[in-house]
Design a protein around this ligand. Sequence first.
Ligand SMILES: Cc1cc2nc3c(=O)[nH]c(=O)nc-3n(C[C@H](O)[C@H](O)[C@H](O)COP(=O)(O)O)c2cc1C
Length: 304
Amino acid sequence: MSTIKLQLNIGTKTLPNPVGVASGTFGYGSEYEKLIGLEHLGGLYTKAVTLEPRPGNGIPRIIETPSGMLNSIGLANVGLDAFVRTKLPYFKTLKCPVIVNVAGSSADEYLRLVEALEEFDEVWGYEINLSCPNVKKGCLAFGSDPAQVETLTASLRSRTAKPLIIKLTPNVTSIGSIARGAEQGGADAVSCINTLLGMVIDIRKKRPVLQNMTGGLSGPAIRPVGVAAVYNVARSVKIPVIGIGGIMTASDAIEYLLAGASAVQVGTGTFVDPGIPEKILSGIETYMKEEGLADMGSFHRFIT
Ligand SMILES: Cc1cc2nc3c(=O)[nH]c(=O)nc-3n(C[C@H](O)[C@H](O)[C@H](O)COP(=O)(O)O)c2cc1C
C-alpha cells in the first residue's frame, strides 16, 4: 500500500492533489469536460471574474512567441451577475475544488466580488489576481506595492474564512516583499507567477502585433523565471506557495516543488494537450515513489 500523501492544506481546507489548472486557460471547466476527467484536478482556477461584464481587448489579442505565447485578452468575462447565474450552477456538479479568480480596478471591487460569492458553497476559495491596474492609484498594478497588497488582503480576509490565495505578478522588483505583504494581510497561500510583460512587433507594418501593444508572456519560455520566483517567495513566507509558469511535464512541475512550491497550476500547457494535468499528477506520484518522498512538504529539504 502506498503511503504517499498528495493532499495539501490551504487555510482551513484541503486540496486533493497538487496539480490544478491556471486561471484564464481553462475557461470555467465545462469547455474541457469531454476531454479530461475534471474530478482528477487538484483545483480548477476559473477565468477572472469582474464586477461588470468585460468584452476584453480588440484583436489580435494572442500571438505565438518562441516557446510561448503573448496574450492581451483584457480580462474578457461575463461579469459577476451572469457568472452567478450561468457558471456557478455547473460548479455544483464538479468534484474538484473550484477557486474563483477575482479581478478589480479598485479595492472596493475586489471586496464586493468576494462578498457576493461568499454564500455559495460551490466556491471553494478565491485566487486574487493582483496584476490589474488600480485605477484610483494611478493605474499601478495592485501587486506592485507590498503595503497595498497587505491592506487589500486584510480587507478580503475580514470578509471570508474560505481559502484566500493571492496571485503574484512577476513584473515587480522584489516579489518576495509582495508575498510578505500578502502573508501579513492574512492570505492562506500565494500563487506565482502571472504572465510577464512582453511585446512583439511586426517589422513590415512597423506596429506591435497585439492591438493592445503589449501583453502577457506565458508558456515554457517563462518557466525558469517562475521557478526562481517560487524559490524566492518560498524563502520569504511560511504559507504555501503554488507554482505557475510554463509547466508542460511532470519534471517541470517537480522543479517547482523542489524550488519550494507545495502545488502547481498548468496554464498554456493545456492548450497543447488538455490531458497534461493528469499526466503530470501521475508523473509526480511515480517520482515520489522512486525518490521515497512522503508528502508535498518533503520536496523542500533539498534546495536550501
Ligand atoms: C489566455 C490567457 C488568459 C489568462 N487569464 C488570466 C486571468 O483571467 N486571471 C489570472 O490571474 N491569470 C490569467 N492568466 C495567467 C495564467 O493563469 C498563468 O499565471 C500564466 O499563463 C503562466 O502560466 P503558464 O505559462 O502555464 O500559462 C492567463 C493566461 C493566458 C495565457
